[in-house]
Structures are given as structure tokens and as C-alpha cells.
Design a protein around this ligand. Structure first.
Ligand code: CP
Length: 308
């Protein structure tokens, strides 16, 4: 097994285009495997993986768990809400207690940026970041780019607009790093208050007008408005947001070319996209979820190569 250039997957910033290519080629193989009548491989037999979720998740948690089970790993799940964290136990103590049960890998989602990196420096296990605050969500970016590659081919020169709440989004930052490493051009679009002031320094275009962004791009990745991370009001009302930044079928079908629509989920139907866009033939949303399992199998399998 070839190994990735990193021991942990903490963020897309830390990996290179060769790593991404290796993950995609491995995911191609696993996608074929999970579409067979017998969907399991023995690749991670005798590897124990703990899924630690300190923040809510549907897709990422289920997708990692399924990926681990498809690889025949032993899996334990931990949800902070039903744990001794509520009794004051620290992150390191919690994880070290879990590792004492001979765990090899930890998949962690945490509300604080940097939590996965912190853990990687203090515990002796391979760490996979399943989303840390508004920082990175590397496997989401990998499955997004894998889905674009599957639909449109090479990402080199592909134009991707990331639309919505860029300021509070870990998906946006990981997507920017991943798409740029693969040679795509990236634009961010949304209300000025939800676009980080210095984001252009990452080499992305900034556009405040949704129609112009959609006319420019091949792919529009419509992000959720993260009201739970908004401590102040960033726009006057959801109604106004929908009028200016919501994607509906009429706008989608008025464009001069057919673009691909993506969304990392969870979707707020009728806010960032309408139902008829979510379920449109140009929507990749369910393919993203399907590809998430194969991509996460690839990440776990390749990282496991460094612990055997
Ligand atoms: N896309 C994503 O991270 O969704 P969840 O929060 O449901 O895991």
C-alpha cells in the first residue's frame, strides 16, 4: 500500500495534489467494491476506530461509520452529549481513556477550530478531522472534488463558485484548498458581511452578485446559512437573503449554460436552494453523499498504512 505524505488528516492545507490523486484512485476502487452484492473488504480487519462526535452530525458520522464497517474495522462510537464530558472531563483525558481500550484511529468532529491538530500532538493514534469549528472539513472537500471529477472530468481549469455563509464555513476553506491544489478556479459569493475580509489573499475571486457568479461558474456549491454560529445578525432577514442569494429553478434554467449544483448538507430547502433545485437533474447532492463513503474508505485505508 502506498502511503499518504501525512500521518493524520487534519486539513486539506497539509496534503498535496499527489495525496489527493491517491485518495481519488483508491476511492474509485472502493466505489466499485461498495456497488457489488458483497460490499465489504477485509482491508482494516484488526484495526479499531473510534468516532468521537462533540458536535451534531448526520452525513459525516454515518458515512464514516459505514466506511469503517465496509473495510471490516472494529468501530466504537462516542457522542459528547451522552458522555462524561458533561461531568468536566478534558478532551485529552476522554481520548486517552478511549485509547486505553487499544484504539488505532480516531475520527473526531469538534466545535473548536484546531481541536484535531491539538489531539494529534497529545495522543498516540491516527487522527482524522471530521470538521473542527469554522476551520476545516477535509473529507467533505475531498468528496466534493471527487464528485466534480466524476461528473466533469479533470478539475484543471474548472470554475467553482462557493455561495453563501463563507465566514462560518469549514466546508468553504477546505474546498478552496482542495480545488486550488487540483488546478480549479474558485470564486466565493455571498453578502459582504459573510465573506471574510482578506479571503482574496487565498487567490479566490469575490463576487457579491449571485447571477454573475452563476454565469461565471461550471459548478455552484451552495452552502448552508450557519445560524448556530452567528452571534450577531449578518443580514436583515432570511427573506432578503433568499431574494438575493437563494438559488431557484427559474434562475438555474435562465443561465447561458448548464451548471452543476452541489450542497454539502444539511439543506435548508427554500433558503439556499429551493426543493426543485435540490432534486433537479443538475444537482449532485445525493451523488456527493454516495461518494462520501468511498472517499472516507480511501482516507482510512491509506492512513492505516502508516500505523501497520
Ligand atoms: N456535510 C456535513 O458535514 O453534514 P453533517 O453535519 O450532517 O455531518
Amino acid at each position: 500500500m502506498s502511503a499518504l505524505s501525512v500521518k493524520h488528516l487534519l486539513g486539506i492545507k497539509d496534503i498535496n495534489a499527489n495525496d489527493i490523486d491517491m485518495i481519488f484512485k483508491t476511492a474509485d476502487t472502493f466505489k466499485e467494491v461498495i456497488n457489488r452484492p458483497i460490499k465489504k473488504t477485509p482491508s482494516l480487519r484488526d484495526t479499531t476506530i473510534a468516532n468521537l462526535f462533540f458536535e451534531n452530525s448526520t452525513r459525516t458520522k454515518l458515512s464514516f461509520e459505514l466506511a469503517e464497517k465496509r473495510l471490516s474495522a472494529d468501530v466504537i462510537n462516542f457522542a459528547a452529549s451522552s458522555s462524561s464530558v458533561s461531568k468536566g472531563e478534558t478532551l485529552i483525558d476522554t481520548v486517552n481513556n478511549i485509547l486505553a481500550m487499544k484504539v488505532d484511529m480516531v475520527v473526531m468532529r469538534h466545535p473548536y477550530a484546531g481541536a484535531a491538530k491539538f489531539l494529534s500532538k497529545h495522543v498516540n493514534a491516527t487522527i482524522v478531522n471530521a470538521g473542527d469549528g469554522a476551520h476545516e472539513h477535509p473529507t467533505q472537500a475531498l468528496l466534493d472534488a471527487f464528485s466534480i471529477r466524476e461528473k466533469l472530468g479533470d478539475l484543471k481549469g474548472c470554475k467553482v463558485a462557493i455561495v453563501g455563509d463563507i465566514l462560518h464555513s469549514r466546508v468553504a476553506l477546505s474546498n478552496i484548498f482542495c480545488l486550488q491544489k487540483l488546478g480549479a478556479e474558485v470564486m466565493v459569493c455571498g453578502p459582504a458581511t459573510l465573506i471574510p475580509k482578506y479571503i482574496h489573499e487565498l487567490g479566490v475571486k469575490v463576487e457579491l452578485n449571485l447571477k454573475k457568479a452563476l454565469e461565471w461558474c461550471d459548478v455552484a456549491n451552495m452552502l448552508r446559512i450557519q445560524l448556530e454560529r452567528q452571534d450577531i445578525k449578518y443580514f436583515p432577514s432570511l427573506r432578503e437573503y433568499v431574494m438575493l442569494y437563494g438559488l431557484n429553478k427559474q434562475i438555474l434554467e435562465s443561465l447561458s449554460k448548464q451548471i452543476v449544483v452541489m450542497h454539502p448538507g444539511p439543506i435548508n430547502r427554500g433558503i439556499e436552494i429551493t426543493s426543485d433545485v435540490a432534486d433537479h437533474a443538475q444537482s449532485l447532492i445525493l451523488q456527493q453523499v454516495e461518494n462520501g463513503v468511498a472517499v472516507r474508505m480511501a482516507v482510512l485505508y491509506l492512513l492505516a498504512g502508516s500505523i501497520k
